[in-house]
Write a protein that binds this ligand. Structure first.
Ligand code: SF4
Length: 333
């Protein structure tokens, strides 16, 4: 549902003959007048780059923070979650393809209206999620700034595929991120997502070094990104950044162009065990009834947050284990 006029986009340069080069994400699309970028959300209109999805909300909901997923950031809090349409990747297994790859119905909201919705509903966290928020950049940036001014925390659930300059400008406006690291193989990114691994790794390094809280999701698909060597490299990379980064190992279910069966539980358990050798906090997601979504104290092993579905029972005392007083990484109050 494109807004044909658009909104002035940022991060581009004008080239010869009214062509423009978008510099928002590593695709760096070169656009002749009238052309759309690969994300479908940015268009060259008479030599100027415009955002077509500014203020266009395809999905809006009150969600528990656990659903993002964020497990070490204000457990049990409700978020107002908003998303637009379009994506700069095109993963064949996308679980949200109806909004990322199609043209859903939208409603128009201004940044002020989104912040007022949070206030009217007594919600203290605003999440940009569902589709890819980085290609909604201008709207996300303006809304996050307003939200922060009103003491509302901001969450970004993203593929992390963005250029360094826009990321550096946005991150101070974001309280917490969950970055979807789809694989630790560049071939996987190129073949199944039409993206690249290197920019995502670089951006994870940047966010891990910032003061924004970071968690990572890795959706596993049996036979595609489940080899022992790949998982070992992925978790060692995260551990080198910070061994207390929470990792969500998530189960794939058939969606969009992928018909492969849901991820083998044995593959998930093997990845979980491997990740636990290097990282303090590892979780299994999309596997109902498993006990690997609870948080255990890495020092004494006590269960300090117990989760059932998307609800959580937080036994921490501030951010400390009630048994041994060990500090649990994250933001809990
Ligand atoms: S944000 Fe969209 S238009 Fe810009 S470079 Fe990326 S895919 Fe291309």
């Amino acid at each position: 549902m494109n807004n044909s006029q658009g909104y002035p986009a940022r991060f581009y340069q004008v080239e010869e003959g009214k062509e423009v080069r978008c510099l928002l994400c590593p695709h760096n699309c070169q656009l002749t007048p009238g052309a759309l970028g690969r994300c479908r959300t940015r268009k060259n209109i008479a030599g100027k780059l415009n955002s077509l999805n500014y203020g266009e909300v395809s999905s809006i909901s009150l969600d528990p923070i656990e659903k993002k997923p964020l497990y070490h950031f204000h457990p049990e809090a409700r978020t107002l979650s908003v998303g637009t349409w379009g994506c700069n990747l095109s993963c064949g297994f996308c679980q949200n393809w109806r909004i990322s790859q199609d043209s859903p119905q939208v409603r128009e909201l201004s940044p002020q209206e989104v912040v007022e919705l949070c206030q009217n509903r007594g919600v203290e966290i605003l999440a940009f999620t569902y589709s890819e928020p980085l290609i909604w950049y201008e709207f996300v940036s303006e809304t996050a700034e307003l939200a922060q001014a009103e003491k509302i925390a901001t969450v970004l659930v993203s593929n992390g595929f963005v250029n360094p300059e826009p990321l550096a400008e946005l991150i101070p406006k974001i309280s917490a991120c969950n970055i979807d690291l789809k694989s630790f193989r560049d071939e996987f990114y190129r073949k199944f997502c039409q993206g690249e691994l290197a920019p995502v790794k670089k951006n994870l390094e940047y966010i891990a070094a910032s003061s924004t809280h970071l968690e990572v999701t890795n959706l596993l698909i049996s036979g595609k990104n489940t080899s022992q060597s790949e998982i070992e490299e992925l978790v060692k990379f995260l551990a080198d950044l910070e061994p207390e980064i929470p990792l969500h190992i998530s189960r794939y279910h058939p969606a969009y162009k992928f018909r492969e069966p849901a991820t083998d539980i044995e593959d998930l358990l093997r990845a979980y065990a491997l990740a636990k050798e290097h990282l303090s906090y590892v979780y299994l997601g999309n596997v109902p009834g498993n006990d690997k979504s609870n948080t255990s104290c890495p020092n004494c092993g006590s269960q300090v947050i117990i989760r059932e579905g998307f609800s959580a029972h937080n036994y921490l005392q501030k951010n400390r284990c009630p048994e041994c007083r060990h500090v649990i990484a994250g933001i809990f109050n």
